[in-house]
Design a protein around this ligand. Structure first.
Ligand code: SF4
Ligand code: SF4
Ligand code: SF4
Length: 272
């Protein structure tokens, strides 16, 4: 029973959020939304414990497609960063702001970058590409993420300052066009740098929130130094180049761990 603790804890966290928002916002959508996401993520972790090879991909597709297709395309909710700015400026505590608060700002204090491993609809597609582990050295171009972050903020601020009408509709189209650009840039970079997660490492503006918050994450992979034989397999299979054998919070690329558990699966000594 002990090994099912993690999926049960995840389910409990999401159900707490679901019920709290349902009752405080008086909107049953939140009960459905966060219960669905919690069940999908817990199912992914449960399948992982059962050693199902594609466990993480199941959760990624269940959550990613739900958010992209249902919330984005069908409900017209802009869940990208410009949607977050938009709802923040209008003072509306609705889906996009709640989504950011739970998944990308405060949630990472508990589950780190679990969002990036199990739910993001951009990475959901990028993870199908052939370079699961980077085949070229890391580039020093992570500063690009600050530019994309500022551009998204300027874009939405400009719409408000210019008193543009029908911003809701512009936000819907920004979501569609933004996603097309993300996928195109993500796929091109993956092939150019031979690294599926190049977009996450250098371009994604959300990492401005995710990286500092996940530094303090409660949930993190740790190494049992008594078992470790320093074979280096964990680092060879890590898509984010995390120095996972270093238990300090300052470990190399520590704020990039997406909790994919590839290192854990491949450790010959069960040291992780
Ligand atoms: S870094 Fe950005 S694109 Fe990559 S998985 Fe996380 S949120 Fe998605
Ligand atoms: S794979 Fe396991 S044993 Fe090998 S270096 Fe990593 S933690 Fe140590
Ligand atoms: S392989 Fe391990 S250290 Fe690397 S991202 Fe996945 S869980 Fe984190």
């Amino acid at each position: 029973m002990k090994k099912y603790f993690l999926p049960l804890i995840m389910l409990a966290i999401f159900e707490t959020v679901a019920i709290t928002l349902w009752l405080t916002q008086n909107n049953i959508f939140y009960l459905f939304n966060f219960s669905y996401i919690g069940i999908s993520i817990s199912l992914g972790i449960f399948l992982f414990i059962k050693k199902y090879k594609y466990a993480r991909r199941v959760a990624q597709l269940l959550v990613g497609l739900y958010m992209l297709v249902y919330l984005g395309f069908i409900c017209g909710e802009n869940m990208q960063i410009e949607g977050f700015w938009y709802y923040l400026f209008t003072g509306v505590f609705e889906a996009a702001t709640i989504h950011y608060a739970v998944a990308k700002i405060f949630g990472p204090l508990i589950f780190g970058r679990g969002w990036c491993g199990y739910a993001c609809w951009t990475a959901m597609v990028l993870d199908f590409l052939p370079y699961k582990v980077p085949e070229t050295p890391r580039k020093k171009i992570g500063w690009i993420r600050y530019i994309t972050f500022v551009i998204s903020l300027i874009f939405v601020s400009a719409l408000f300052l210019a008193h543009v009408g029908n911003i809701e509709k512009i936000m819907f189209w920004a979501f569609i066009i933004g996603n097309v650009i993300y996928y195109a840039v993500g796929i091109i970079l993956a092939f150019a740098f031979k690294d599926n997660r190049a977009f996450c490492k250098y371009i994604c503006p959300i990492t401005i929130f995710l990286k500092p918050m996940s530094y303090f994450s409660l949930l993190r992979i740790k190494c049992d130094k008594n078992k470790c034989i320093s074979c280096g397999k964990c680092k060879k299979v890590c898509p984010m180049e995390v120095d996972v054998t270093d238990n300090s919070r300052k470990r190399k690329n520590g704020t990039e761990c997406i909790l994919c558990f590839e290192c854990v699966k491949n450790c010959p000594k069960d040291a992780l």
